[in-house]
Design a protein around this ligand. Structure first.
Ligand SMILES: Cc1ncc(COP(=O)(O)O)c(C=O)c1O
Length: 369
């Protein structure tokens, strides 16, 4: 009877990685993206499972994440993908992580810090092929940055990469434009710097277009069994790794007109029984799910009624129920024959599955099994 727990099926992470690795063309490596605490699933346990499943590399976003993963998986090539301030850069380099660079000034700074640490920094030069976020838009500058790495005793040109803006939008012509731009730069870069790895694909791109696989794919969402296209992950052979569970702390009888929660946003229109679950938006159950979600108890769906509070939600169990205090309640995941996917909650909230699992708060323990 845990108040709120995120159960993580690391076997599912392992199987998802095996599935992704099998999908990759021509020996491309699988890099498991474990930033944001493994998309809310727990970075350490998921990284270990991903490596067992066939990932050969790991990626994170921040210096602190690099320090955490680098400590535990010192033997695994790591890439820190984000923009790094001085402290983040030092943390990433000390963790032995490769870093992303797209400006000359920052490249010199990386060289200085690597020299100060007595190491050589592995650099992945980022080309902005259309995402309009991090990266350099000029192919000539991108190639010049790789050249500068090759000439510096403190730097190693390790990679060239880009990121797609619309890989998850089937039929988007912009994806093909980005792919064409990146392919042209990648071919030149490979000819000049044969030791580098080039990479572009995220999870959606892996399923969408084998030409995007290059030497490595950076997969996050699919590693965790979430569907990159916001559909049913099972249709792509992926198994969701996370379930969010609580229990029924109390069951009480409601008469017509009785209300549940702040603002009285739900009132019983007939006699019924209402279950109280001791978790809420403080745990990442978003308030937008008030009167807008279902919860599994005894293998059946029950409407979440009333306003989601910080520490409680209420569910309508119906007038005759066998549900008792102490019964398990499932907000994400399966119970009996029924399942509630993160994709379902995302659709209800007008968001994406990524935000659902990343939004499960730190006070919810992540428990393997
Ligand atoms: C630069 C970069 N590469 C790869 C990924 C992984 O993408 P996905 O989770 O869609 O597989 C992300 C995730 O946001 C990213 O920011």
């Amino acid at each position: 009877m845990l108040r709120a727990v995120a159960r993580i099926d690391t076997g599912a992470v392992q199987r998802n990685c095996a599935r992704l690795a099998a999908e990759l063309a021509g020996g491309a490596e699988l890099c498991a993206v474990v930033k944001a605490d493994g998309y809310g699933h727990g970075a350490d346990a998921c990284a270990a499972a991903a490596l067992t499943g066939g990932a050969t590399r790991l990626a994170v976003a921040t210096g602190a994440e690099a320090a955490q993963i680098g400590r535990r998986f010192a033997h695994v090539p790591l890439l820190t993908m984000g923009a790094l301030g001085p402290e983040d850069l030092d943390a990433a380099l000390s963790a032995g992580s490769a870093v992303a660079v797209w400006r000359d000034g920052f490249l010199r700074h990386v060289a200085d810090r690597a020299r100060a640490q007595g190491s050589t920094a592995r650099v992945h030069v980022k080309y902005d092929s259309g995402m309009g976020r991090l990266g350099n838009r000029e192919p000539a500058e991108v190639l010049a940055l790789l050249g500068a790495c090759a000439e510096s005793p403190d730097l190693e040109p390790a990679g060239l990469w880009t990121h797609f803006a619309t890989a998850d939008e089937p039929g988007s012509a912009f994806f093909d434009e980005q792919l064409a731009r990146f392919t042209a730069v990648a071919e030149e870069a490979k000819a000049e710097f044969p030791g580098i790895i080039v990479h572009a694909a995220n999870s959606a791109a892996v399923f969408r277009d084998r030409r995007s696989h290059f030497d490595m794919a950076r997969c996050g969402v699919a590693v965790y069994g979430l569907d990159p296209f916001q559909g049913n992950p099972a249709e792509r052979g992926l198994s969701p790794a996370l379930s969010l569970r609580s229990y029924v702390a109390d069951v009480k009888r409601f008469e017509p007109g009785d209300s549940a929660g702040y603002g009285r946003t739900w009132q019983a229109d007939a006699p019924t029984l209402v279950g109280v679950l001791p978790l809420g938006y403080g745990d990442g159950v978003r308030r937008g799910l008030s009167n807008n979600a279902e919860v599994l108890v005894q293998g059946r769906r029950h409407p979440l009624v009333g306003t989601v509070s910080m520490d409680n939600v209420t569910v309508d169990l119906g007038p005759e129920t066998d549900v008792e205090p102490g019964d398990e309640a499932v907000l994400i995941g399966s119970q009996g024959e029924e399942a509630i996917l993160a994709e379902e909650l995302a659709a209800r909230l007008g968001t994406i599955n990524y935000e659902i699992t990343c939004g499960i708060s730190a006070r919810v323990p992540r428990v393997e099994g």
